[in-house]
Design a protein around this ligand. Structure first.
Ligand code: FO1
Length: 308
């Protein structure tokens, strides 16, 4: 059974770790968000792809959910001493990956090729695909101004309320090689429990990816990132409140109209009435450990009529 998953960073990575425990990782294709990528200290950083890569290859910092386990920060200390940009914390081990990725990109490789090279070297069994090789960036319009994603999220601690989200570059962005094939060959398509506006939204802003989902002939199931109307971590609840008008499962589903057949939601959010015939599937969605993530992935596959 082939499974294609649209995924953001931390929450998506945790879900994917459960998924590859219940289906053959070789049959899993991950379409990852790249709209919060950032150029920093001359390096190209792809936080969401890296969170997935580190998590699935056992290298991630479990507590933070991003960056490497057993990390040290000597390079960043030097950056600070020299008055360089140190607000976005790049650890020594993490920096090694950014050096290699940036070198590959400078030599002319598209991001998808660089990602494939790095993923193979790290022993990733699933296929990790950036949604696009083209420049695609999330911009947050707030009362304090319009900010690139990491400026809003990290530098400003996502304190500013968001009035609108823009995906710069989306009209010109084409799916990266392999993305449409993965969606076409999938028996099931899943949308990971990532923030709809800033993690999944940019992937769906690539017109050919959205069209592929609209034209799907196989089930597509999304997993809500909310538990009891609250985000487990991050700004998903505040964004849904402000941009969709609330944080019920119906508000989450409204982000995926025409794209999903079922929404997996937490017991704390049940019962739920969903629009457009989207089927609610109620389970425990909090991924406290690997077993919980495995059960959530199994529930999503079950909801798609494709039990693991
Ligand atoms: N998140 C933070 O809150 N602060 C950081 O300094 C930070 C650095 C960082 C470095 C590499 C990386 O891959 C991720 C990093 N993140 C950091 C997480 C990142 O901002 C978010 O996880 C995603 O972009 C949101 O999905």
């Amino acid at each position: 059974m082939n499974v294609a998953v649209l995924s953001g960073g931390v929450g998506g990575a945790r879900f994917l770790r459960g998924l590859v425990a219940v289906v053959d990782p070789g049959n899993v294709s991950i379409v990852g968000n790249v709209a919060d990528d950032i150029e920093l200290l001359g390096l190209h950083v792809s936080p969401d792809l890296d969170s997935v890569l580190y998590t699935l290859t056992g290298r991630s910092d479990e507590e933070k959910g991003w960056g490497r386990a057993d990390e040290s920060w000597h390079a960043l200390e030097t950056v600070s001493e020299l008055g360089g940009e140190d607000w976005f914390r790049l650890g020594d081990r993490d920096l090694g990956l950014h050096l290699v990725r940036t070198e590959l990109l400078r030599a002319g490789a598209p991001l998808s090729e660089a990602t494939g090279t790095i993923a193979r070297a790290f022993g990733l069994e699933a296929q990790l695909l950036p949604a696009t090789d083209d420049p695609l960036r999330t911009l947050l319009e707030t009362p304090a101004g319009t900010f690139p994603f990491q400026t809003w999220f990290v530098a400003r601690g996502h304190r500013d309320e968001v009035d609108a989200v823009h995906y710069a570059g989306a009209p010109e962005a084409a799916p990266a090689p392999g993305v449409l094939e993965a969606l076409r060959d999938a028996d099931v398509i899943l949308i990971a429990p990532s923030t709809p506006y800033v993690s999944i939204g940019p992937i769906l802003a690539v017109a050919e990816i959205r069209a592929a989902l609209e034209a799907r002939t196989v089930p597509c199931v999304a997993v809500s990132p909310l538990v009891g109307g609250r985000a487990v971590k991050g700004p998903a609840d505040r964004m849904l409140e402000r941009l969709a008008g609330g944080t019920t499962p119906a508000h989450v589903a409204s982000c995926y109209l025409g794209l999903i057949d079922a929404l997996v939601l937490d017991v704390a959010d049940a019962p739920a009435e969903l629009p457009h015939g989207i089927r609610p599937v109620v389970t425990h969605t909090l991924m406290t450990d690997l077993d919980a993530a495995r059960q959530l992935a199994a529930a999503a596959l079950d909801a798609a009529g494709a039990p693991a």
